[in-house]
Write a protein that binds this ligand. Sequence first.
Ligand code: MRU
Length: 367
Amino acid sequence: MKIGDRYYRSIWQADDGRSVEIIDQTRLPHEFKVVSLTSLNDAAHAIREMQVRGAPLIGATAAYGVCLGLNDRASALDLEMIANQLISCRPTAVNLRWAVERMSSHLLSITEDLRVDAAYREAALICNEDVRVNEAIGTHGLELIRKIYKNKSSNEPVHVLTHCNAGWLATVDWGTALAPVYKAHEAGIPIHVWVDETRPRSQGASLTAWELAAQGIDHSLIVDNAGGHLMQHGMVDLCIVGTDRTTWTGDVCNKIGTYLKALAAKDNDVPFYVALPGSTIDWRIENGLKKIPIEERSADEVLWVQGKTQTGSIESVRIAPQETSAANPAFDVTPASLVTGLITERGVCSAGRAGLLSLYPEMGEGK
Ligand code: MRU
């Protein structure tokens, strides 16, 4: 996506051909800072501390993490240690395991002396594929938005509600939930996005709002609790969210609070779509609620908020009494029954076994 007049991806290989550059998402929206990753530890740190986040980008960063780890050691045992270190960084987004396993199985089929170059080629392939896949998600999602727009009486915009950040910053480019929004904007369809702020880390306020503003797309930031009210008053035409892991039975794990939006959408007959690449489908898990590991993050993310003061400095302030403790589950699971449809790179399907297997028949064996 363009920022000003320059085109950026969220991760890229540096000119030295070895290090990798990312946009430090912990600094947005107040500072646009590019950070260089030169080692496996740098990549692991970037994922763990959420300088990069969002399921597809976590996967892409892990792929480059393998490259960085292999730079000075490339045996099968090294590869296994690198893979384990990366996979342990964040538990919920399945793209992390998907990318590391894809890298490992490809590299194990190659002799040790050729592994480093092969790793960089495979990581670049993963990134390029991610861009193509997300653009295709955008094209399929655009048709849903177009249909809603055609049924509107006047030139009124289509109102989309989204949660967290599933825009281009969460992927290599385009995003998942926001790809249809970008496509609709490109196609000249008037569009307005309700942006959930997404406490505790405020990915909606700091990242989604920043992305949409940079592309000139009309949007309003809302507190996480406003969505149900807006839906009750006919102010949301559809919800589109991303996902960190979707089971082959259609249960959707996404940023905490997604489930409540899906419940409100169901109660108000608002279509609730989930946009995802094939790499986010977990073909090993049947029951999302019971089996998807939910990341529990630091209580400080709930007890403190970070922002820019009127004098321009970035500061954290505590919002609860000193003696109050906090719980911080980072994700929740929306059961398939609350999901209107899944927007994938291969088309839109119902959330469930039949729908997913109609688009990914090659995964059908044994299911
Ligand atoms: O904790 P985060 O910021 O990595 O969580 C991100 C989300 O929950 C996104 O909605 C999800 O990864 C989909 S991103 C295309």
